[in-house]
Design a binder for this molecule. Structure first.
Ligand code: O2Y
Ligand code: MN
Length: 583
């Protein structure tokens, strides 16, 4: 399909005049095009074809050593007024940001091909889906975008003559980390990303569009763009209810999205709608409806095993791109925590010979698989429903050793917004810096909210006033520890036991205990059937609230709120009410 959209054609011409590629290739999304691009990437060594028997249709890639993760310190929100970006974002004036990046892009695609990728975030034909166009000089980006979005003609068709699309310019340039910038221009619906070739920095449909730009659009248009998984729970009678959940990194979000219920939950099934991002709008029935704007999973490889997340591992068995993991001599991949013996010999993520005796890890801790969502064994039959799925409950969660109990329910919507706004995780040994430091990450959106976070909380409060049948809001914490620092709750599939209580609350099937922090389960209302080695007493232990710990928590929340220039009155009121309930 030839692009006839005038605004797209003019913009591509402008980007080409700046970056000066030798060739421009319009991406149509066809299988023939995929085959051609893969063959080219393999012939130049940019990607390696994996063993067709073990991993049919799969490719392997290594990034530059200096380019293995998102770069938050180089990610900017470029609004005319600094206050509109807020204290949680890096800010640059749009004119200054364009002036800084134009020289970096100028001629950066000489001798290279510019690929023009029209793409769709959300199911084809859905009124809530949105279109982006990314130009890039990276085949790796094109092939990843092919998995993560609906790309090519399908997007041009949905766009028609409209000027309502997000402009994304990406160039690898010299992959120079000193000049790496990920700039967002919400006032222009534009993203410019330079000097990276990896993940969230360059797959512009993901965090840049679907969260940072989309959160701005959602604020203006009256919906929610959230860093949330979406899952469906089917009961033995065949009815399905849907839950979204926001968790900071390292809290097992993808594992929860693909959870397998314990054997005791006979007749129940969990379906995945999305593992990372939810766009939610108010439906005509007054409920909140969610779509997953993505078409694939960009999951962390290390730790993904048949034990931790069989559904994720099985999703990657074909048509997947593996980045920065160990490449074996027989065209297979391996990573730490895969649950299978390491290969006797391989090549590590840095491209060096690697054996199990090597002093360094074989896979980068942030190594990834890019896999089509449609291949997930537990993908929801509704995952591409144009209208989305109706949400019964929203979960917020973090890693807290002592503060938060296993689960509690907010008293009402505004209290739920407060629970999300004060969400935090304690740093683990894996994170840089000190262990046990509390990091506030409101609604897990700290790196992804594309505007002032005070306004974002106010937007949540305003949404609550418009939703006639709002989802109930809960906080969960799988990470309470005992006196020896060991996790008490078994987690993984057993988290289903908590989801069951959550849905029972939504369905008015079970009472709760009113506490200063919210409604908590009576221990007998969490089903522990078949849970070996975990007693009712253990459960009671992780359903306690320590007043001294919460006194510190309240101080922490006060410090957190003091940093906001536009904190809504409702959040101050919630804090005052929390203090009052503890008094
Ligand atoms: O490091 C990256 O570029 C990827 S970060 C990522 C990928 C998939 C889902 N979530 C995230 C995240 O940082 O939240
Ligand atoms: Mn994420």
């Amino acid at each position: 399909m030839v692009c006839t959209n005038k605004s797209v054609l003019e913009w591509v011409e402008e980007m080409a005049a700046l970056t000066k590629p030798d060739r421009i290739v319009w991406i149509d999304g066809s299988k023939a095009e995929k085959d051609r691009l893969e063959a080219e990437a393999v012939s130049t060594g940019e990607m390696v074809r994996l063993d067709e028997k073990k991993l049919p249709g799969c490719l392997y890639h290594r990034t530059a050593l200096n380019d293995v993760a998102r770069v938050e310190h180089r990610t900017f929100i470029c609004t005319s007024k600094k206050e509109d970006a807020g204290h949680t974002n890096n800010w640059m004036a749009p004119a200054d940001a364009y002036a800084k990046l134009r020289p970096l892009f100028d001629g950066s695609m000489k001798g290279r091909t510019m690929y023009v990728i029209p793409y769709l975030m959300g199911p084809a034909g859905s009124p809530v889906s949105k279109v982006g166009v990314e130009v890039t000089d990276s085949i790796y980006v094109v092939l990843n975008m092919r998995i993560m979005t609906r790309m090519g003609d399908i997007a041009l068709k949905q766009l028609g003559d409209s000027n309502d699309w997000v402009r994304g310019l990406h160039g690898k340039a010299q992959v120079d980390e000193e000049n790496r910038y990920i700039m967002h221009f919400p006032e222009d619906n534009a993203i410019w990303s330079v000097n990276s070739g990896y993940g969230g920095n360059v797959l512009l449909g993901k965090k840049c569009f679907s969260l940072r730009i989309a959160s701005n659009l959602a604020h203006k248009e009256g919906w929610l763009a959230e860093h949330m998984l979406i899952l469906g729970i089917e009961a033995p009678d065949g009815s399905v209810q849907y839950v979204t959940g926001a968790f900071p990194s390292a809290c097992g979000k993808t594992n929860l999205a693909m959870l397998i219920p314990p054997a005791s939950a006979k007749g129940y099934k969990v379906y995945t709608v999305g593992d990372d991002i939810a766009w939610m709008r108010i439906g005509e029935d007054g409920r909140l409806w969610a779509i997953n704007p993505e078409a694939g999973f960009f999951g962390v490889a290390p730790g993904t095993s048949m034990k931790s997340n069989p559904n994720a591992l099985l999703t990657t068995k074909a048509n997947t791109i593996f980045t920065n993991v160990v490449l074996t001599e027989d065209g297979d991949v391996w990573w730490e925590g895969m649950g299978t013996p390491p290969p006797a010999k391989g090549t590590d993520w840095k491209g060096n010979p690697w054996t199990p005796g090597s002093p360094e890890k074989g896979a980068n801790p942030n190594s990834r698989f890019t896999a089509p969502a449609a291949q997930c064994p537990c993908i929801s039959p509704k995952w591409e429903a144009p209208e989305g799925v109706p949400i019964s409950a929203i979960l917020f969660g973090g890693r807290r050793a002592k503060t938060a109990p296993l689960v509690y329910q907010s008293f009402d919507w505004n209290h739920g917004v407060f629970v999300g706004a004060t969400m935090a995780s304690e740093t683990t040994a894996a994170a840089a810096g000190n262990v046990g430091v509390v990091r506030r990450d409101p609604m897990a959106m700290l790196p992804f909210c594309g505007y002032n976070m005070g306004d974002y909380f106010a937007h949540w409060v305003a949404m609550g006033q418009r939703i006639k049948n709002p989802p109930k809001i809960f906080n969960v914490n799988w990470f309470r520890t005992d006196e020896n620092g060991k996790f008490v709750w078994p987690g993984f599939g057993d988290n289903f036991r908590v989801l069951e209580w959550v849905l029972d609350r939504c369905n008015g099937k079970v009472d709760a205990v009113s506490t200063p922090i919210g409604y908590m389960p009576k221990p007998e209302d969490i089903d522990l059937t078949g849970l070996d080695g975990f007693t009712r007493k253990d459960l009671e232990g992780i359903l306690t609230i320590d007043r001294d710990v919460w006194a510190d928590e309240i101080k922490g929340i006060e410090e957190h709120f003091a940093k906001f220039d536009r904190l809504p009155a409702e959040m101050r009121e919630q804090l005052a009410a929390l203090k009052q309930r503890f008094a």
